[in-house]
Design a protein around this ligand. Structure first.
Ligand code: HXC
Length: 520
């Protein structure tokens, strides 16, 4: 009996020792080095991301088989911490790569651990959050490491539209490894300490003879402003993880659920008289669409997605009457709110995310058209603009639009109009719903008269004024029933909340098909 107790005690001590070894991972020196770089350790990140004490770890003792090339090192945990825990009481799955273990590189066991939590996330219907900090495919494992990436990519695609997938880039992310985050729904990047690229600066130098730093090639700023790869950036790990928690608060756990209701104690019938004066009298004058957005949303809380990319369109999450909504708004203060290739792609992907996860869509429209010119035509504005058209049209979630000012031509149709079967369409009295702007229209239909006139400018202005009287208002569209009501700007919030309530039980049946063919 005593011998049994001793044996049992030894087993407990062995377990204790193995756990400690896994926690220290690549060693205290490397953990300190991580801190010196301004980064948290993989384990600290997990604990900050999740509710206190909620983390349940899996595969802490799992090791790899050891690589070749004489490097047979095996570490408990194999360089990634995996498991589940809660965010505001709701279950999520997480993996966090540990740079202190062989540079967080990904081999067979490391990948199997990630795949296990991805599979469980889909099985139980909970989001999966990846904290990436890795040198990429573990070179010593050769083709096994590539196969290991493939398993993750496959799961990323299978889980797309089933559970929300979020990636945080908190260190290196290079080579083919970038494609797992890029398939996920949202990418966060930490400024100055993370980068993403398919080929790094040294390869760039060899192939193109260009000198470029990692930060210039694929840092957070570049991906937030230029490439549109990053949806959010944060100055450090702590703020990044806090923002992930915030994003999760807007999302349902899976595609069968609705987002959680959060009552911010903001009266649904709150009016904002200042909105009656938001749109300037001069149609060529700009204003900031954010004023409208922050005015109508519960508690003036808005989480903007890709706020530095294609700023002529605003996308993001807010709440109305406690319910999460996805908002897509033209921004007249940037490029007059015109739709170009980048804005179309940005909004198209956002719309598809919302539709996949039962988040109602609201568009705030002030769009003068698609951006003209050879750059845009040659850059594929036809197929990129079609993405947004396709995305709004196929969306079956409740869809509401508010035409604030300009709603011209094809861009008006694309922005969630009644004509592509949105559910409820409001217009402000300042709305102008027409085939094109007054100048372009007058020049086309009165070209001969204007050319023949002694003073073409006077005739053009007369014809523009005539056109404006006829079309620069919402009343013709209201008479046709193309919009459901012309509303007072001040009551926009209340009208939207009531429309959302009535659409709560909306159901749409589509003919059976494998999938549509969105113009990629
Ligand atoms: C094995 C790796 C590794 C890798 C880093 N290490 N990357 N081991 N496979 N891919 C190891 C290093 O040998 C070192 O081990 C430790 O991790 C820390 O790396 P350092 O170089 O000392 O750190 P640092 O100076 O901060 O540089 C980090 C780094 C660099 C920029 C990430 O290590 C690097 O360039 N690594 C290679 C990146 C790469 O090319 N990966 C392949 C990408 S292609 P010791 O024992 O000395 O501590 C790819 C294909 C995916 O991933 C394909 C999917 C289809």
């Amino acid at each position: 009996m005593v011998a049994m107790d001793d044996q049992y005690r030894t087993t407990l001590e062995t377990l204790e020792g193995m756990r400690s070894e896994s926690i220290v991972a690549g060693g205290r020196e490397k953990l300190e080095a991580q801190h010196r770089l301004g980064k948290l350790t993989a384990r600290e990140r997990v604990h900050l991301l999740l509710d206190d004490g909620s983390f349940q770890e899996f595969d802490m003792l799992k090791t790899g088989r050891g690589g070749s090339l004489g490097d047979l090192r095996r570490y408990p945990g194999d360089g990634v911490i995996t498991g589940h825990g809660s965010i505001d009481g709701r279950e999520v799955f997480v993996f966090s790569q540990d740079f202190t273990v062989i540079g967080g590189s990904l081999g067979e066991a490391h990948s199997q651990k990630i795949c296990k939590v991805m599979d469980m996330a889909v099985k139980v219907g909970a989001p999966i959050i990846g904290l990436n900090d890795s040198g990429g495919a573990r070179i010593q494992e050769g083709v096994d490491a590539l196969a290991a990436y493939g398993e993750i990519f496959h799961r990323n695609v299978s889980a797309s539209g089933v559970v929300p997938q979020i990636s945080c880039i908190m260190g290196p992310c290079a080579g083919g490894a970038v494609y797992s985050p890029s398939i996920t729904d949202f990418i966060f990047m930490v400024q100055e300490s993370s980068y993403m690229f398919v080929t790094g600066p040294s390869v760039v130098k060899t192939v193109t003879h260009q000198d470029i730093t990692s930060e210039e090639l694929g840092g957070a700023r570049v991906h937030a402003q230029k490439s549109g790869v990053a949806h959010f950036t944060a100055p450090n790990d702590v703020l990044c993880l806090r923002e992930v928690r915030r994003l999760i608060s807007y999302l349902p756990s899976n595609n069968r659920q609705r987002a959680p209701i959060l009552d911010l104690r903001d009266p649904p019938d709150r009016v904002d008289p200042a909105l009656d004066y938001l749109v300037p009298e001069n149609p060529n004058q700009t204003y900031d669409m954010n004023v409208l957005i922050y005015s109508i949303l519960d508690g003036s809380e808005f989480m903007e997605v890709q706020s530095w990319f294609a700023r002529n369109i605003i996308c993001g999450f807010g709440r109305l009457g406690g319910q999460t909504i996805g908002l897509v708004a033209n921004q007249p203060a940037v490029l007059a709110g015109v739709l170009d290739t980048e804005a179309s792609v940005k909004a198209g992907r956002f719309v598809r995310f919302c539709d996949a996860f039962n988040i109602p869509l609201i568009s705030l429209v002030d769009v003068p058209g698609f951006m003209p010119g050879p750059d845009q035509e040659h850059g594929g504005i036809i197929r990129h603009g079609a993405k947004l058209l396709y995305a709004f049209t196929e969306a079956t979630v409740p869809r509401i639009s508010v035409i604030v000012r300009k709603a011209y031509g094809g861009a008006y149709l694309v922005m969630n109009s009644k004509h592509i079967h949105s559910d409820v369409d409001f217009a402000w009295p300042t709305a102008e719903i027409a085939v094109m702007g007054p100048k372009g229209a007058a020049e086309v239909i009165h070209r001969k008269e204007i050319q023949a006139a002694g003073d073409p400018e006077v005739v053009l202005n007369d014809r523009m004024a005539e056109y404006r009287r006829a079309f620069a208002n919402p009343f013709l569209a209201a008479q046709r029933g193309y919009i459901d009501d012309v509303i007072f700007p001040r009551e926009t919030r209340h009208r939207l909340i009531r429309a959302l309530q009535v659409l709560e039980t909306k159901e749409v049946k589509r003919p059976e098909r494998k999938h549509g063919n969105i113009p990629l």
